[in-house]
Each structure stands twice: as C-alpha cells, then as structure tokens.
Design a protein around this ligand. Structure first.
Ligand code: ADP
Ligand code: MG
Length: 434
C-alpha cells in the first residue's frame, strides 16, 4: 500500500460526497474501527446526490476503481468500507484544507510500519508526512499477538494505525515542549502526522563521527533525560536517531587553524558512490553533530511493568551499535534502570508519561496498540530493527519492504474473521496503487 495522490485529482465533488457520505460523523472511519461495512443503501441515502441512486452508484464505482473504498460481500448485505487509500485521502484532504499541505513529493522511507513522504505547503516549505501502516507485515508473521489482537477487539489495523499516529503526535508535542530535539509536530490527522523535515541522516548511514565517545555520552544522557521525565523511547536505534551536522566556526578555530584533516569532513557518510575525481579539497572546519530523536508511538512509561526490559534494551542497542560501527566501548557500565528510576520527576522534571496518558487514550486502546507494536517489533527480529540492520551493515536497501501483498493480506486477514469476501471487480485497490 503506497500513497497514491494521483487518483485524488480525478474525483468529482459528487464522488467526494459519496466517499464522505457516512462522514460526518465519520461513520466509515468509526466503522473501520469496528470493522463495519457501510451498506450501499445507507451510502445512497446519506449522500443524497441529485440524480439519485444511479448517480451514487456511479460515484461508488469511481471511488472503488481508484481504491478509496472496497466492496465487501457479507451474508447479510453488500456494502463498502474505507481502504487505507481512502483514509490517506481523508487525511490529505484535511491537511489541504488547513493549508498545511499543498503538494506531495517523494517517498523517502518505507518503514515496516510506516511510509514517510516529503510534502510541501503553499510556500514551498518541505515537511514530512508519516503515514502509519500497522499490520503491513503482521498477517504473514507472529501468531501469538495476532491472536491476542483478534480476541481482544475487531482487530482493525486502520484503527490501530490511527491510535499510533495520535500517540506519536502527543509524545512529539510533549517532548518538543520540554525542549528535547525532536521534529516540530505540525498537525495530525487520522493515521498520519505532519512534522518538520530534519535535514539530517540517520546514524545508521554515518560511517564515522568526530568523537564517538562524546556522541555516545550524549545518547546515553538522552536516554537518562527521557527517564527523568518518566519515559523510555522503546526503539532507540540507529534508524531513529538523526544526526544533524553543524559546522563549528568558533573564533579559536580562526585564530589557530588546524592542519587539513585527511578524513575530509569530520562526519563520513556511508555511500556506494566513489568521490568524483575533481572532488574539492576537504573542508578544514570542524563539524558538530547533534542527535535528533524520532519515532515515538511505542514509547513507554518508566512505570510500565516491563520498563526495565525496555530501558535495558535501548541502552544495549546504543552500546552494540557503537561497538560495531565505531569500535567504541564505554569503560563505564550501565546506566542501570534502578538508578534511572530514582531520578524520575527529580528536580521538578515534568512527567511526560503522565501528560500523554492523560490526553484521552483509553486503557484498552493502549493495550491493543501495545500488542500491535510489539507484534511489529517481534516480526522485525527478537530485538527490533537493529538486528536486521547489523546483520548487513552496508546494505542501505534493507528497509525497503516489498509490500506488494499488503492490501491482500490486510483484507484477507480481516475479512476471513467475519466471513466476508473481497469483491475483485468493485474493490479496485488490489495492487492498483503501485
Ligand atoms: P518507522 O516507524 O517506520 O520506523 P520513522 O519515524 O522511524 O518510521 O521514520 C523512518 C525513516 O524516515 C527514518 O529512519 C528517517 O530516515 C526518515 N524520517 C522520519 N521522520 C523524519 C523527519 N522528520 N525528517 C527527516 N527524516 C525523517
Ligand atoms: Mg523508525
């Protein structure tokens, strides 16, 4: 499933009305939570198009053809439900009406759980649109959690993706307010968030840094600072830390020019491209690297029952990466959870875990989301993203998930529970959006 903005341009006002017919109050979207199918006659009656049922059917088939809704056949009645494509459309429409997004550009990342796109507003300023796609890999993998999810609730991945986006946005806001270096949270709609673009590369793509010991200390300090505010990132790996490079142009540098560095720029990026023959002489000025943290839907409280495991895993992840990539091993053991735990709330640090929990997520919803995220992480390997990453450090493509079967597994998995089937003729989203 990839975002397909082309289809959107061809929709007529009537098509739009039919798409949103059961909205407001977002019945198809809430329906998707309960996995309800909106019966065709209901769409007809709510959208009340001039031209009557014939015109509605025409719009329905136009929407189904571009994959925004999908036809479902049930024993009791025929109907349609929103697809991920339709949900994408609704989110983009919201951003467009807020004048937050004017154009959609390149997809810069296909994570296992999300699509990351560069978008721009009317002034041409680029932002990042993160589209959560929980369930992309789930139906092909780990069974235990999947069964849990099915037992516990209707199991709609769209609903859980929406929760993930809401939660990620809430954490991003809280962290930003507290002065953490994270992207600027700009807006949130459905299963997506809009944030500022960080002009930086993930640590994963960095071959060398000026001072690994310093960067290591900064990352450990970041883990401890989060802990003080009651939080554990839960996926603190080299994909989720972006390294901003800033030249240091201090006066002392000017007074005492250093000999040209043989390494050239102090931060070396992994690249398969050889440097051009006429490459300029390496710059002499030093570079300061600053870590910017991203990817927050899985964050957990320091009070979580498994907090120690999550905390230790984040710390171990940094240690392992620094040893493998920079051959740096800290002489200091830890940090340890029991020590970090004592610092929670110290010096008047605001409890961000409590702040986010208080922002309206039900216990059950959080439990469902946690199970879904755990499933995604387990599907990536016993210790998350970092394992697949370190298996082949130079393979920059290993994030690219061949997700061709995603909509199929999505639909098959969900529908089979309910004894429904997907109608190929009307439900045009199979494979159509790539
Ligand atoms: P996932 O949950 O799928 O891991 P992430 O939020 O970690 O998604 O984003 C995946 C990748 O997209 C990151 O590793 C990073 O390269 C890029 N990315 C995400 N957000 C931004 C941003 N605000 N600015 C620049 N790059 C970003
Ligand atoms: Mg990530």
């Amino acid at each position: 499933m990839k975002l397909d903005s082309k289809a959107m341009r061809h929709l007529t006002a009537e098509d739009w009305r039919v798409l949103t017919a059961p909205n407001p109050p977002t019945q198809v979207e809430i329906g998707s939570k309960n996995h309800e199918i909106v019966p065709t006659p209901l769409i007809e009656s709510i959208s009340k198009l001039r031209g009557g049922a014939g015109r509605v059917r025409h719009a329905i088939s136009a929407l189904a053809k571009v994959g925004l809704i999908a036809r479902m056949k049930e024993a009791r009645y025929d109907g349609y439900r929103l697809t991920y494509g339709g949900l994408d459309y609704l989110a983009l429409h919201t951003y467009a009406s807020q004048k937050a997004v004017y154009s959609v550009g390149n997809q810069i990342g296909v994570g296992k759980e999300s699509d990351i796109l560069v978008v721009a507003d009317e002034a041409g300023t680029q932002h990042i649109l993160k589209i959560h796609r929980l369930g992309r890999i789930s139906f092909r993998t780990v069974k235990a959690n999947r069964d849990y999810l099915r037992r516990r609730q209707g199991g709609s991945w769209m609903y859980l993706s929406r929760l993930a986006a809401e939660r990620e946005y809430a954490f991003m806001r809280a962290l930003k307010e507290e002065g953490f270096l994270v992207p600027e949270p700009l807006s949130q709609s459905r299963h997506t968030i809009l944030m500022s673009l960080i002009d930086a590369f993930p640590l994963r793509q960095i071959a060398s840094v000026p001072d690994p010991a310093l960067l290591y200390a900064e990352l450990i300090a970041l883990i401890l600072r989060l802990a003080k505010h009651g939080l554990i990132h839960g996926d603190f790996n080299e994909f989720n830390i972006l390294l901003k490079e800033e030249p240091i142009e201090s006066e002392s540098d000017l007074e005492e020019p250093k000999p040209p560095s043989k390494k050239g720029k102090e931060v070396e990026r992994l690249s398969s491209d050889p440097p051009p023959d006429d490459a300029e002489a390496p710059p002499e000025n030093k570079v300061k690297v600053t870590p910017v943290l991203i990817d927050f839907p899985q964050m957990v409280s320091m009070d979580h029952v498994n907090a120690e495991m999550y905390f230790d895993r984040d710390v171990a992840c940094v240690k392992r990466f620094f040893e493998r990539r920079f051959h740096f091993v800290s002489t200091q053991p830890g940090p340890f959870f029991r020590d970090a735990k004592k610092t929670v709330g110290r010096d008047g640090a605001r409890r961000l875990d409590a702040a986010v929990e208080a922002s309206g997520f039900s216990k059950k919803a959080l439990k469902d989301l946690e199970a879904a995220i755990r499933e995604q992480q387990e599907a990536r390997g016993p210790e998350g993203e970092q394992d697949s990453a370190s298996a082949d450090e130079d393979d920059e493509d290993d994030d690219d998930d061949d997700d061709d079967s995603y909509p199929d597994s999505q639909d098959d998995g969900e529908e089979s529970d309910r004894g429904t089937s997907y109608d190929e003729q009307a439900g045009g989203n199979r494979g159509s959006s790539r």
